[in-house]
Design a protein around this ligand. Structure first.
Ligand SMILES: NC(=O)C1=CN([C@@H]2O[C@H](COP(=O)(O)OP(=O)(O)OC[C@H]3O[C@@H](n4cnc5c(N)ncnc54)[C@H](OP(=O)(O)O)[C@@H]3O)[C@@H](O)[C@H]2O)C=CC1
Ligand SMILES: Nc1nc(=O)c2c([nH]1)NC[C@@H]1CN(c3ccc(C(=O)N[C@@H](CCC(=O)O)C(=O)O)cc3)C=[N+]21
Length: 453
């Protein structure tokens, strides 16, 4: 492979690098949309952390390279690029190299990583080359942190950075308000709202989300109960637990934590849930009412409701704006589109079969993305000044984090923050608001049950 690389280098050394590299990248948008497998490992072998000129890939994957390197099968999925420059002046020259890649190195999704090397020679000419570091893709450079490149390089970091929409503190305020209402309820009628959660299996991320829900309930004074079932439990066991909560008058909201293990029929189970306690708002009756004008659903799904709250509380006008929702799932994308439409936005949907998603997205004033694909939305997908709500939460194993994993959003944050006017972080954006909305739905349900205004 090194031989091919050198041939190509000789042929291309005089060609202008950057425009070619980026236009090739741009004209191949499909390379940017690669769905990652679930729960990945961080093991990048040492060979990728050396910066030698040698680059025999240890295994075959997909890789696309630009600049002074050839498209080569490698362990890097997505794309990698490398480029060199030589700038000469009267008595010397400057040269250097950049290399980087996107998406995945040995299955590890990463933000755009860049290594930048720069050399100055006082006399004569020289060239910087990304050498084997290009050949090796950015696996070499995962240690160097997040890059800014191309047009993003030109902006100063502290200028034009988007406002960060702080979902965590917004949610804390909402939960405190709910707490106040719970006290009022308790003092007037001696009752408090109750939330029941059914958790099947041992997914670490689900356990964290449920733990966060319990903690929020405790803060607000909402009674929290949970049934934990084994991964291999039967449908009947789940339904029995559901039926018990359906009948229990001190439970006003029931949530079956998704995803369920594959052997369980989600639709069948959710159909058992009492409509008046379906605080997730997933039942077709709630969705139907959400979709039809002039009707009010009993419950609005928590995540899309949280997205709207984030926009409204950040003073982002929705009416008359172009909104793009990436994803069309029953629990996030579809209800988010319906809700935005209710708020009089003009809504486009982008999904896995959408052609030119970056073009559609780049016309949006508001982008809500819920695909579950890390780094799907790049800086150049966004209209300058757009507001970005990143719903995506993609867990990747990371032993350095307390829970053993960390979360990635759908948006390449470091790029988007230079283009957007406001953006939600992951974590700390939509997630906490989802929980606040769950509590709000539970409070509403209890108020309805006790006819308490
Ligand atoms: N922060 C929070 O509170 C919450 C976060 N989430 C997160 O949001 C994300 C989405 O969740 P959910 O809706 O349940 O996921 P689903 O997998 O059910 O749906 C994903 C949607 O994204 C679309 N999609 C997938 N890949 C692409 C792509 N490359 N380009 C464009 N569209 C794509 C799919 O299209 P198609 O329909 O064509 O397959 C589908 O409509 C996940 O990361 C999830 O963890 C979910 C709930 C709450
Ligand atoms: N029936 C059902 N209803 C849901 O609403 C539901 C579900 N199933 N299954 C999974 C998704 C996902 N979801 C999240 C909730 C909280 C955070 C959350 O608290 N996130 C924190 C970080 C959490 C962490 O540290 O891992 C944050 O973004 O700051 C994230 C995601 C609800 N969902």
């Amino acid at each position: 492979m090194a031989v091919v690389w050198h041939k190509w280098l000789r042929k291309s050394i005089l060609s202008p690098f950057s425009s070619r590299a980026f236009s090739t990248l741009k004209s191949n948008p499909s390379q940017q949309i690669i769905k990652s497998p679930p729960l990945l490992s961080h093991d990048v072998p040492d060979v990728w952390t050396s910066n030698s000129m040698h680059c025999d890939p240890p295994s075959i994957g997909e890789c696309y390279m630009f600049g002074y390197a050839v498209g080569t099968p490698l362990v890097c999925r997505g794309y990698a690029f490398g480029m060199s420059w030589v700038r000469s002046w009267k008595h010397g020259c400057e040269c250097g190299c950049w290399c980087g890649c996107g998406y995945e190195v040995r299955g590890v999704p990463i933000r755009q990583i860049l290594k930048k090397e720069r050399y100055k020679y006082k006399y004569g000419y020289g060239w910087g080359s990304t050498g084997a570091s290009v050949g090796a893709g950015a696996g070499v450079d995962t240690r160097y942190g997040v890059c800014r490149y191309g047009k993003f390089l030109k902006k100063k970091d502290n200028e034009r950075r988007a406002r960060v929409i702080d979902g965590k503190s917004m949610a804390a305020k909402i939960i405190a308000g709910i707490g106040g209402e719970v006290i009022r309820m308790q003092e007037s009628i001696g009752k408090v709202p109750g939330l029941a959660v059914i958790l099947v299996g041992e997914r670490k991320d689900s356990e964290t989300y449920v733990r966060n829900k319990r903690k929020a309930c405790e803060e607000a004074g909402i009674n929290f109960v949970m049934t934990k079932l084994l991964n291999n439990c039967t449908e009947d066991e789940v339904c029995e637990a559901l039926l018990r909560y359906n009948e229990n008058p001190s439970v006003h909201g029931i949530l079956v934590q998704l995803p369920l293990p594959h052997h369980l029929d989600e639709e069948k189970i959710l159909n058992v849930l009492n409509l008046e306690k379906d605080v997730d708002g997933f039942h077709p009756v709630h969705m139907g009412n959400l979709a039809m004008s002039g009707r009010e659903p009993l419950f609005i799904p928590c995540t899309p409701k949280g997205c709207i709250e984030l926009l409204v509380r950040s003073d982002v006008e929705i009416m008359g704006k172009n909104a793009v929702v990436i994803g069309r799932s029953n629990i996030v994308g579809l209800p988010a589109s319906l809700l935005l439409q209710r708020h009089h936005a003009t809504v486009s949907t982008v999904h896995a079969f959408t052609k030119n998603p970056e073009h559609i997205t780049s016309e949006a004033d508001i982008v809500v993305t819920a695909a579950g694909v890390p780094n799907l939305v790049r800086g150049n997908w966004l209209k300058p000044g757009a507001v970005v709500i990143d719903v995506g939460t993609y867990p990747i194993e990371d032993p350095s984090f307390e829970q053993g994993y960390r979360l990635l959003g759908d948006v390449c944050y470091e790029e988007a923050v230079m283009v957007a006017s406001a953006i939600t972080p992951v974590p700390g954006g939509v997630g906490p608001m989802t929980i606040a909305m769950l509590l709000s739905n539970t409070l509403d349900s209890a108020k309805r049950a006790y006819n308490f205004g």
